[in-house]
Design a protein around this ligand. Sequence first.
Ligand SMILES: NC(=O)c1ccc[n+]([C@@H]2O[C@H](COP(=O)([O-])OP(=O)(O)OC[C@H]3O[C@@H](n4cnc5c(N)ncnc54)[C@H](O)[C@@H]3O)[C@@H](O)[C@H]2O)c1
Length: 400
Amino acid sequence: MGKKVTLGLIGLGGRGIGLLKTVFLHHEDVEFAVVCDVYEDRCQEAAELIEKSGRPRPQTTLDYKDILKMEHVDAVILCTSWENHLNLAIEFMEAGKYVGCEVGGAYTVQECWKIVEAYERTRVPVMLLENCVYGRDEMMVYHMSEMGVLGTIVHCEGGYKHDLRDEVAFGRENRHYRLDNYIHRNTENYPTHELGPIAKVLHINRGNRMLTLTAMASRAAGMKEYIKNNKADDEVLMNTEFRQGDVVNTIITCANGETILLTLDTTLPRYYSRGFTVQGTKGMYFEDNQSLFIDGEEHAKDHFEWKKHWGNVEEYREKYEHPVWKKYMAEGIKEGHGGMDWLVFCDFVESVQNQSEAPIDVYDLAAWMSISALAEQSIALGGQPVAIPDFTNGMWLRRK
Ligand SMILES: NC(=O)c1ccc[n+]([C@@H]2O[C@H](COP(=O)([O-])OP(=O)(O)OC[C@H]3O[C@@H](n4cnc5c(N)ncnc54)[C@H](O)[C@@H]3O)[C@@H](O)[C@H]2O)c1
């Protein structure tokens, strides 16, 4: 057991409550002093969960500003809707509270700069709680890439390929923020699950940086058809036009010459995938069939008959499993999204305990989240390239 950390939890929808149940309440070093949501029923549900776990019942509040003044709160976790992440994070950093911020995309580049400036002014860290960076295969492939097994990395792909038609269509009933975004915006609205692990492989902000992007969106037909077939009694939605294209492709170029393809695919029938793909001069990894193709190995003779090697990543676990996952598997704890929620939370708690820099820091957060604002511009301009700011102001050249 380490030093106790006193937390405030803000945003008690699906994610906030889900994390409490599967992760937060299993960690010995944390206490929740306060929970907050604009909805009273959600505050009460969270407080009850915490109390039932044998911990003291936390305070509840509908106004996050109350927490700014609570001196005993060391850090806050923001599980709010996308449009509230960065302004809340900045206010808490100004109040001296370490921030753990759930994922999402930014709406403007200015807000990304503002959070970087808030950090540089206050030196209070913010950690983007990007759990997918801690995925088992993502970490193994990162480890292999660091060992040089895949050679010089040339191209990476990733996606958020998740059928969210019901979540979007029932947004009003479920008091969920996604619906309004899908009606009014057209962009790569959820870039960090896929970009996070890729940015680690490519050392973005640490010797490399993202330079430009170009984004294009397909037509928006999925939601309209889904609503016609599943919610025809909803007169308002039946007459609503959705701006969000069903499939959005964004190509990013990097200072060291690599390209990254991100695909958002959330309003058509499909299986779930983050499509994580890493290609180098010596081999590649492909998430959809969990396979590794390594030049010179016996399996590489079968490049035309690849199906029989699907799933061969298991053959490489022993040799290339990331040490973090080796330890985690040995300890036998498995919580939240197959373990990655637990691992990202443990890193957050440790950083708060040590008051150390966040492993996914403000520069990562700004660069990764800015992709949504920039892709929106590029799509609106017919796919024109737009520049990705250097939020490190040149420090990427030397940062480790
Ligand atoms: N990392 C992951 O795997 C993962 C999974 C699901 C969701 N998420 C992220 O978690 C966040 C929340 O998602 P969700 O599905 O729970 O959404 P949700 O809409 O169900 O919950 C968001 C909650 O935040 C509250 N909220 C918004 N503004 C607030 C404010 N100013 N003060 C207090 N409360 C406020 C809302 O009332 C709502 O209850 C999003 O950023 C989402 O992208 C991450």
